[in-house]
Design a protein around this ligand. Sequence first.
Ligand SMILES: O=P(O)(O)OP(=O)(O)OP(=O)(O)OC[C@H]1O[C@@H](n2cnc3c(O)ncnc32)[C@H](O)[C@@H]1O
Ligand SMILES: [Mg+2]
Length: 197
Amino acid sequence: MKELVLASHNPGKLKELQAMLGAQVKLRSIAEFSQVEPEETGLSFIENAILKARHAAEVSGLPALADDSGLAVDYLGGAPGIYSARFAADEGAKGDAANNAKLLRVLEGVPEAERGAQFVCVLALMRHPTDPLPLVCEGLWQGRILSQAQGQHGFGYDPLFWLEEHQCSSAELAPELKNQHSHRALAMRLLKQRLGL
Ligand SMILES: O=P(O)(O)OP(=O)(O)OP(=O)(O)OC[C@H]1O[C@@H](n2cnc3c(O)ncnc32)[C@H](O)[C@@H]1O
Ligand SMILES: [Mg+2]
């Protein structure tokens, strides 16, 4: 499997996943094949990852990799979770800035000790659209939600995700280090093992 289509319209994911895979597997963007984003109607990261991978395999004719990920905040009972990309949608806003602003607002005044959170990543690989046994691997990354944004690297909620072990936010962490330690890195490590890469 030298070429995979990545079932994602998020350029941050493409960059990170390609760096983790190295030169042996080339990730092609789904944008080459379709601009249609399948609705993420699943009730779990796993269901949404499979749904995106299946759609990408269908439209591209290639084996497809999907990444469904998000942020689970303890104080919010695991929200926004699978709805992380749509967190501010109820306020008519979308995008990273709006999502981050909402997160800061709903956690305003919550003490440090209660601001624990996990990044979650599920990778699903489907060899063809009707693959009855998708390869599914997951990764978690433990952190805490800051009271203000810090750092310029990464994407999404990275500027608000404090890493105790690195003493910086995940947007301040060098990209090479994020790609070794993140939720996505852990899921990819498992997937590479399963593929014998
Ligand atoms: O569905 P695709 O097209 O892949 O792109 P997306 O950005 O919509 O991706 P998801 O549906 O998986 O939603 C993931 C959400 O979690 C955020 N997220 C995931 N991984 C992250 C990371 O490594 N750092 C910061 N935020 C992350 C991301 O910004 C989104 O808001
Ligand atoms: Mg999405």
